[in-house]
Design a protein around this ligand. Sequence first.
Ligand code: WT7
Length: 649
Amino acid sequence: MSDGRNDTAVSQLPADDALSPPPAFVDQANVTDPKVYDAFDAEWPTCWRRAADLLTWTHEPETVLDDDDSDGVRWFPGGRLNASENCLDRHIEAGRKNQTAIQWEGKLGETRAKTYQELYQDVNAFAAGLRDLGVEADDVVTLFMPVIPELVVAMLACARIGAPHSVVFAGFSADALATRMERAESDVLVTCDGYYRRGNAVDLLRKADNACLSVPYSTTEIVVDHLDGDQFFGDRHRYREILTAHDGETVDPVERASDDVLFYIYTSGTTGEPTQVRHTTGGYLSHVAWTSHAVLDLEARDTHWCTADIGWITGHSYVVYGPLALGTTTVLYEGTPDEPEKTRFWKIIERNAVDVFYTAPTAVRAFMKWGAEYPDAYDLSSLRLLGTVGEPIDETAWWWFYDHVGGGECPIVDTWWQTETGGMMLSTLPAIDAMRPSIVGRPLPGIEVGVHDSLGDEVPRGETGQLVVTKPWPGQPKSLCDGTAWDRAHTTDDSEHWRYLTGDSAVQHDDGYVSILGRLDDVVTVAGQRLGTTEIESAIVATTGVAEAAVVGGDDGVQGTAVHAYVSPEANVVGDDELRQHVCDNVEAAIGPVAVPTTVTFTTALPKTRSGKILRRYLEAIANGEDPGDTSALRNPEVVGELETLVDN
Ligand code: WT7
């Protein structure tokens, strides 16, 4: 079964054939009228009121969009609302207080559930506690935790008092945490004692403490005891004690303007510095609620499982805010797919009767490699819809997912979006559009994209260019700091138009479906997580004995992307295993385990142009075992040949 498909595969359509949505799915779906596309077009931007109408506003928006404003675009101006009220209070008022809001699955097989009422109580008590510690509206609270219920409690408690949260992925290092705190001038940190990673306890508290020590102001730390260890707490505050002290208290949700910031999130940009993205309360929440409704087809009675870590945007939008805004049960899973065994995911789906399962192609490829016997042994018939996000899904993986997880009966939505877009932008609508395996889909209703050449002119259908967004969208962040932003394109005919450059290379086909080909900038997406090559390179170059480094994304052997590093040691320094270890340690310390290179190739020189620019595309070709092609643009073409033999070995 080398290609991962086995003889029990039930669907055998030719690869490039489109598949209609299964009728049983269509019969029950939320959005079924194909005219939705035309309706959104005809009524743009008023069409977006449908998204806003999924929320409860304390003041209805005066209009849908204000884009005349010189300081940018504002969605739903005049509207006021609170995100935690939308995710909690209104569901309780609707009589659903005993429905499970969070179903948590821990690493060691332990489970915890919280009903909407219980989540409401924790959120209120913690919000009261944060206030007590002096947190006010607009103060940024940093959250540094694995995927545990307390993280959701903390997010919603921040939202309740109008304090933007900034969740930092728990796998990040102390340095990375400190940078993010400092950039947001955040002086309150909620963290936990630690967690298990592949059987080893990770001391999160030490990383948190080190980060607090390295920011140039004093901080307040609140600690969740997740491992129930006997930590010394000093002047840190205990989460548990805060909840007990404020048990039964309620905090009135703070009314926020539609474009007040709900949260900060950082993503890797082209520079060494992480890019700060600030998402709004009204626009963002409308966007994620609408896409959860229209694309994930979620309803309050559903159990939804998005496997992303809450530290990434996917977790914010489709583990927490989208599903909870719609009043569904959202599954939180702390572990990895094969911990403790490769049946873990299928057990979770069976046990919780999961309706909608949203994951990353890299996970699907891993499942496929392990074999169909794992999912096939479980009852996955509760599933109604599958989704993928984060990177392209190849046809083989797509069919495997369709057959072995969806049983040939669940539509798959391949959703394209980014940290900056807040929510989904391109996908099929699962009850309306045919699926084309490995091709994402059209822009969602109300979303307008184009494929542009470097001058800003639209390229003809079928040709490659940069994917750009040409109209504002509700999930648009308040500002895109540090570089990538709305760009005033000067086209060859001298007309001007606004566009957001996505940094992705894409082709739009004749039917409007879009294929995503990869990143145009120096960013690699590993297991759905975006890493800046510059950031990794700076960490490598900081290693004693290293002169220069170039990092590229390349094949990981399972059709995904891995970090490949090409390192040139200083003269008289030997590129040996010890240096390799130092390089990896430095990357782990600066960014985190996710960024550690899978291969480190030592070389005497890197391929460079005559002007000294490293030409990464040759390195990429080598990493992927491809022919590097014409090397005449290089000052040192011989290096490419040398590297090829090194990598072959
Ligand atoms: C980049 C955004 C929000 C998604 C999680 C990652 C790539 C995302 C797809 C898809 C092909 C995809 C793009 C994009 N990407 N979805 N369905 N097909 N590529 O968020 O870290 O901001 O990364 O992920 O390259 O630009 P992110």
